[in-house]
Design a protein around this ligand. Structure first.
Ligand code: ZN
Length: 442
């Protein structure tokens, strides 16, 4: 993978998507999918307003063409065309003339961040409003303003999109990211760009697992997807939600609710081996899509890969989360980590030592350097012993790598060599039954 090219491409994708007014529903989400469709083929699903999705109901679809607050001379002092953040998402239509004092209760600012325009939504209670910087508010003259929000809130659909890459197995890896935030960069165009690049790189491979990359508006999107797929969720063996992943901060991995699922172990191993600055944090039911996938009724093992988490970076949910916030190399590194995690999930397996009574004689089988020079380094020799020692049917190759401290690729190579030598077998045979080992020493 050409990291600088991927980083530049991901950043360019973000730049194109930045102006679009995304929301929980509406044409901004579809326009985003139109652009993503130039990179990967996406299948869209439309869920009608009024549809019951578990404890939620899909609301009316929101669309907006224009919005402004104009002074009497016609100057647009607050202008949706300058930034989609200027209108509270899901604002109902308005056409009025009012004084600044009357308007004031509809204006949202951040007095402690006077230059930032806040991001506000009101999906489930009907209202309208504008967002602007506190500094700008302080410059507005009293007097009358024309207030226009040219929006519609009507029965329509919630839209999500997915790419399914069929593997040789029905076992699925779910990768998800949310698409409901308007002109904000790190949260979460970064996640959209990284998931798109990851999807495109994966589509060049022929994987064992089936990969499903889901782009959906937050909360109700994953819920809709879960509802639609509720009869086949047992296929999802591993999952990763990706968000807020383009800033200059180190990587953060939030474990799944289970805390020790295979994807947790795989991501932690990849992060350790990457040498990248990172931290691993425990599960908490706060954050993004992972909240729904990990709810107790589903309990899907879905972790969350990000950099500085939601709410913890400066300018979170404000106009300060702009494209300057995001670095192409951060995006590229995230794509690489994603591919490395996939590589681990593709090759990880639990094995059984077929000669567990004492060490088998490796030299005789050409597995030791001293008897044939086939092994490249002492790491390879130690890896053989680690794999043999821990492969009692309970430890996967990821577990062996984690416990031995040896690189995962070295462990996988050792397992392959031992399998070829007849000393090791996959714990799950083709038929699904456990491989048998000798019950008594010979
Ligand atoms: Zn957010």
């Amino acid at each position: 993978m050409d990291r600088s090219a991927i980083g530049a491409e991901a950043y360019e994708l973000m730049r194109r998507l930045f102006p679009l007014c995304r929301s929980l529903t509406g044409s901004g989400v579809r326009a985003t999918f139109d652009v993503l469709g130039e990179y990967v083929p996406l299948e869209r699903t439309e869920i009608a307003s009024g549809t019951q999705v578990f404890d939620w109901t899909v609301p009316d679809e929101w669309n907006i063409r224009d919005a402004y607050v104009a002074s009497p001379d016609g100057t647009r002092v607050i202008d949706f065309r300058r930034s989609s953040l200027h209108v509270v998402s899901y604002s109902e239509p308005v056409r009025a003339r009012m004084t600044l004092d009357e308007l004031r209760e509809r204006l949202h600012t951040l007095p402690d961040q006077p230059d930032a325009v806040p991001y506000r939504t009101s999906y489930y209670s009907r209202t309208w409003g504008f967002c602007l910087s506190d500094r700008q508010l302080s410059t507005l003259d009293p007097g009358e303003y024309d207030v226009v929000i040219d929006s519609t809130l009507e029965p329509g659909h919630l839209t999500y999109a997915e790419l399914v890459l069929r593997g040789t197995s029905e076992d699925e890896v779910l990768i998800s990211t949310y698409v409901c935030h308007p002109s904000l960069a790190n949260d979460n165009l970064s996640g959209i760009a990284v998931a798109t690049m990851l999807a495109r790189e994966l589509s060049k491979r022929q994987p064992r697992h089936t990969y499903r990359i889901v782009f959906a508006p937050g909360t109700l999107g994953p819920l809709s997807w879960l509802h639609k797929n509720r009869d086949t969720l047992q296929r999802v063996k591993h999952g990763l939600s990706v968000s807020c992943i383009g800033d200059a901060g180190g990587l953060t991995y939030k474990r799944s609710r289970r805390g020790d699922s295979e994807v947790d172990r795989a991501v932690e191993l990849v992060l350790r081996e990457s040498g990248a600055a990172h931290r691993v944090v425990e599960w908490e039911p706060w954050g993004g899509d992972e909240r729904q996938f990990n709810s107790p009724g589903f309990d899907l093992p879905v972790g969350c890969l990000m950099r500085t988490p939601h709410g913890e970076f400066d300018g979170y949910h404000t106009s300060a989360d702009n494209l300057d916030r995001v670095r192409p190399e951060s995006l590229a590194e995230a794509v690489q980590i994603g591919l490395d995690v996939v590589e681990v999930l593709e090759t990880n397996r639990t094995c059984v030592n077929l000669s567990p009574y004492g060490e088998p004689q490796l030299g005789r089988r050409g597995l030791y350097r001293s008897s044939g020079g086939a092994v490249k380094s002492p790491d390879d020799e130690r890896a053989l012993l680690w794999v043999l020692n821990l492969s009692d049917g309970s430890a996967s190759l990821v577990d062996v790598a984690a416990r031995s401290g040896l690189p995962y690729t070295v462990i996988v190579r050792a397992a392959e060599r031992l399998e070829q030598a007849g000393l090791l077998a996959s714990a799950e045979t083709e038929s699904g039954s456990r491989a048998t080992q000798d019950l008594a020493p010979r």
